[in-house]
Design a protein around this ligand. Structure first.
Ligand code: NAP
Length: 250
């Protein structure tokens, strides 16, 4: 059964080959959605869109730039009817201790994760409101819930916790308009976000804290995004869904 037949979906930061965004875009495409892959690099976004099969699009979009977000959404709207799904996936992290966070570190991490989620959501909300339907899925992190201790520093935890607050407030405000908004909190997932800075010791410590005994895979997160994007979750809004192998059990 295809869960997203005829839907238009936008996934930010979806060009990273082993990333959560690409896996999500792939699964959405398999379920019948037309997907717009957004990422910093135009060629990388276009190539990632091609990998999904025919009928998708790749666009350059820096989510920290409001005009960029609006332009990307305008392009999608001009080519396809309406927008049903937005996955705010673009994110960066840095393994810093509290006293090592310089103003530039704070700006970079808060801007991509939190400001980007706000700007992209603001860009799609009018289109969703107009059709009284839509699902926004924001990628937070277990680091928001347990105060880091995985890889990212306190500024990353703060950014991802900010996403949880933003998600819940948007869910409350947008529910009367038929637009749902939920967060996904991945635990430790094997992708390239750690940019070669994850040592064997760090990995061993992290794995020891995961009851399921393995790192998550990008497809584990994609499945959860599919649930939240589709009608299967029609009465779910304002929730935070854990995908963490049991590393945090509330
Ligand atoms: P990833 O492989 O590094 O992918 C992130 C993508 O976002 C990259 O393609 C990156 O481009 C892009 N990006 C960075 N800044 C951007 C901007 N300003 N505008 C648009 N795109 C931008 O990371 P991932 O592991 O798949 O992470 C995806 C999301 O999951 C992130 O929000 C991350 O914080 C979250 N998350 C990941 C884990 C994990 O264990 N992997 C756990 C919890 C949460 P460049 O490569 O060019 O920088």
């Amino acid at each position: 059964m295809k869960l997203l037949d005829g839907c238009v979906a936008i996934v930010t930061g979806a060009a990273s080959p082993r990333g959560l965004g690409k896996a999500t875009a792939q699964l959405f495409a398999q379920h019948g959605a037309k997907v717009a892959v957004l990422d910093l690099d135009a060629n990388a976004a276009a190539n990632a869109a091609k990998d999904l099969g025919g009928g998708h699009m790749g666009l350059a979009c820096d989510v920290t730039d409001k005009a960029d977000c609006e332009a990307a959404i305008e392009t999608v709207r001009s080519r396809w009817d309406g927008i049903d799904i937005l996955v705010n996936n673009a994110g960066i992290t840095q393994p810093l201790k509290i006293m090592d966070i310089a103003p530039g570190n704070y700006d970079a991490v808060l801007d991509v994760n939190l400001r980007g989620t706000l700007y992209m959501s603001q860009a799609v909300i009018p289109a969703m409101r107009a059709r009284k339907t839509g699902s926004i899925v924001n990628i937070s992190s277990v680091s928001a819930q347990r105060g880091g201790g995985i890889f990212g520093g306190p500024h990353y935890s703060a950014a991802k916790a900010g996403i949880l607050g933003l998600t819940k407030a948007m869910a409350r405000e947008l529910a009367p308009d038929g637009v749902r908004c939920n967060a996904v909190c991945p635990g430790f997932i094997a992708t390239d976000i750690t940019a070669g800075k994850l040592t064997d010791d760090m990995q061993e410590t992290i794995l020891a804290g995961i009851p399921m005994g393995r790192a998550g895979e990008a497809s584990d997160v994609a499945g959860c995004c599919l649930f939240l994007a589709s009608g299967l979750s029609a009465y779910v809004t304002g929730s935070e869904v854990d995908v963490n192998g049991g590393s945090l059990i509330h």
